[in-house]
Design a protein around this ligand. Structure first.
Ligand code: SAM
Length: 342
């Protein structure tokens, strides 16, 4: 899967993510994004997720989604390279009915909306809102409306085209587990609970702020019994089915049960730097292959191929091994989450 960030800026200030208020210089142009996705799809990347920062801040989003359509694989040639899925991750604040419809019409397949609480207080805390409860309620209203807009535009949660992400941090919003599950169950949306991760250098991550995914599942399962479905190959989420038929729950346990060996994600930042791991300290700047003299020489496909075949990142597994053996893993500086796009 290719995760392409369109901006590092965000309209929220979640303290676990700490987005920037400005973009790095030299953002990729729309044409460069298309070249990049085209090269990645020729190499076999089939799934694309557009992210940020907040991708709805990017005015050319709908235009980009439309321009990506010719890169899809066709039913007539299923074995040939090509995109099979184009998805978006958003906080939903700017997802009006018009934009949801425009994105659907442009050919977007899936939307994942992020929301970490179901009341003004928890939303304000998790989104880093200065205005307190009232500001949290205002954001919550917009995100709930965004879920309606997405559903109304044809992103059907029953078919997996609309999902909800929630980061859970111990002692901060763990009390939101059941209310979030309730909200998702009522709307028949799959809720994906994410362990608070040590991405970046400025979110104050500590191991004791992580509520392990198994504990999240235990608490929700005690209320609404769950049947395990497992984790799909290359997937980040382990999935569960509610025994009463009210849909699915998923957990992303990248801290307590890392899945590095199975990770197939390539992340490209809004300024064209490719990272083979969410926890990497550096990436490969692809701009020389997209512009300037190198663009005429070694191909972008070649640069991507050698980056991909040379990857050996397994930071989460190394962290877990260090924790269980009592040794401290070296704290390398990581790139920030909003830059990498999650
Ligand atoms: N702004 C968009 C959104 O809110 O979905 C897209 C970018 S955001 C970086 C992508 C996802 O990463 C969100 O679901 C967010 O909650 C999650 N995220 C950010 N920082 C995280 C952290 N430290 N640990 C776990 N998940 C995190």
């Amino acid at each position: 899967m290719l995760r392409l960030s369109l901006t590092a800026r965000c309209n929220l200030a979640c303290p676990y993510c700490c987005p920037d208020s400005h973009d790095p210089p030299e953002l990729l142009t729309q044409d460069e994004r298309l070249q990049l996705v085209s090269a990645a799809s020729a190499l076999g990347f089939r799934r694309l997720r557009l992210t940020g920062g907040e991708p709805l801040l990017h005015r050319g989003l709908e235009e980009l989604v439309a321009a990506l359509q010719p890169l899809r694989s066709t039913p007539a040639s299923p074995g040939e390279p090509g995109l099979s899925e184009i998805a978006l991750t958003t906080n939903g604040v700017l997802l009006s009915a018009e934009r949801a419809q425009a994105l659907r019409a442009a050919g977007l397949d899936r939307i994942t909306v992020s929301l970490d609480g179901t009341d003004g207080e928890s939303v304000a805390l998790m989104a880093g809102l200065a205005g307190g409860v009232a500001a949290g309620e205002a954001v919550l209203d917009k995100v709930l409306a965004a879920l309606d807009h997405a559903h109304g535009a044809g992103f059907d949660p029953a078919g997996g085209a609309l999902k909800l992400n929630a980061v859970i941090a111990r002692g901060r919003n763990e009390d939101q587990l059941l209310p979030l599950a309730q909200l998702a169950r009522q709307r028949e949306i799959e809720l994906r609970l994410i362990e608070f991760m040590d991405v970046g250098n400025r979110n104050g991550w500590q191991p004791d702020l992580v509520l392990p995914a198994a504990e999240m599942v235990r608490r929700i399962g005690a209320h609404w019994p769950l049947v395990p479905l497992g984790r799909q190959a290359h997937g980040t989420a382990s999935r569960w089915r509610y025994r009463d038929g009210a849909g699915h729950l998923a957990v992303v346990a990248s801290i307590s049960a890392p899945f590095c060996g199975d990770c197939d994600r390539l992340r490209v930042t809004a300024d064209g730097v490719a990272y083979t791991c969410l926890f990497a300290s550096s990436g490969l700047d692809l701009k020389p292959w997209l512009r300037g003299p190198a663009a005429a020489g070694e191909s972008l496909n070649g640069a991507l191929r050698s980056l991909w075949s040379g990857r050996h990142d397994r930071y989460s597994e190394e962290r877990a091994e260090g924790q269980s053996s009592g040794t401290v893993t070296t704290q390398r500086p990581h790139a920030e989450m909003a830059y990498l796009g999650g």
